[in-house]
Design a protein around this ligand. Sequence first.
Ligand code: ATP
Length: 455
Amino acid sequence: MAEAQAGTKRLNDLQTMVSLAKRRGLVFQSSEIYGGLNSCWDYGPLGAQLKMNVKRAWWNAMTRREDIVGLDASILMHPTVWKASGHVDGFSDPLVDCKTCKTRFRSDNTESYLQRKECPNCGGKDLTEPRQFNLMFKTHMGPAEDAASVVYLRPETAQGIFVNFENVRESSRRKLPFGIAQIGKSFRNEITPGNFIFRTREFEQMEMQYFVKPGTDSDWYEKWKKTRWQFFLDLGIREENLRFHDHGPKELAHYAKAAVDVQYQFPFGWQELEGVHNRSDFDLTQHMKFSNKKLEYFDEATKEKFVPYVIETAVGCDRLVLVVLCDAYREEVSIDEETGKPDTRVVLGFHPELAPTKAAVLPLSKKQELADPSMRLRDRLAREFDVAYDETGSIGKRYRRQDEIGTPYCITMDFESLNDQKVTVRHRDTMKQDRISIEQVENYLRDGLRAFHVR
Ligand code: ATP
């Protein structure tokens, strides 16, 4: 088809992504057949794969460093952990009720409230005073539902790392500076969840705590800011959609000496994607106090004993998936030169490392003589790559289907393939086609995926 490029449109409303995500099996509303559960989402076949790729990229970027090791701590922890961390007494947001429309909202996040003290929903001015609402989910351990059996679903993964500091240091024979990285679920009873998977009550975090000698913390904080910025660029996130937001003295959490957010320009505005924090020696000191265990570090070289400082990097996995989706989305509008009509191609231009499917094998016809060798090729490629197979619909439609889920390569087998043992490889971004030998497909994909950066 002869096409002339008429322009590219980026994502400008979240609803377009919510619909695409549902239609193509990326993300579904949780418990949808029962009317859904507010703020909870399920990852479908392609979404689960995408999320796994995001986690793998982060995990490798962290734990393949010589100075970082991994951990997988449990969600339920000793309740005193949350006393020591300050969460029982202080992990709360100011909650306001509108007496007119009964909307509940978080008053520190709502512009209409902050500026004019009016309800963000109905504009009403009859509001309750803000009262602190603790965001931790409470449950009970064991059969008795009494005060002694209360446990919490962790609101952050970091505490699992702090309480294991000594176990990890000793067992892995680490010297400062070193880090501990962890991926896992966290739970917060958010007052106003929303914006799809941006803010939910159950979510996954990817956190790394880097333990350093006091006095070197400011340098490490700066280094980690740069490293994390580069990580997002390496994933193909467009730099113009990223910025730093430094926390002023009023924004700083009680434990923090310095903090910065990496923000992303979502369709609903600039919002936090990741936090990089200098947590000082707050957490280890608190856990020493509450547990009566020594969590100090002895520096063999200088014979000094001290409580390490911690630089933390904390990013939401689901939030990063949303960034990857929003950033990858584009609509290419072209004019079909034969019909003169505009035609829109929707593409998710994922970095290939993140793409849920790396290649799709498409027999030109469903006939057995083509379907059989195509399926054999699919099975062969699946030993090394995440691949798909699709034999239904016109080849043009099948290409578009793969574009919309971000598959970098389509491999088409036609009747000529049976004679020349070659297939056509079509590129997602350029739509360029190459005819290559069937034997060479793995090499071609390997090279192509490595060199890939067209967006
Ligand atoms: P906020 O002030 O927006 O509630 P926060 O600053 O308390 O968030 P952190 O405690 O620093 O967030 O959490 C680290 C990261 O975890 C955030 O940058 C974000 O990516 C992710 N995150 C936090 N809360 C949620 C949530 N409710 N849903 C999804 N991701 C979240």
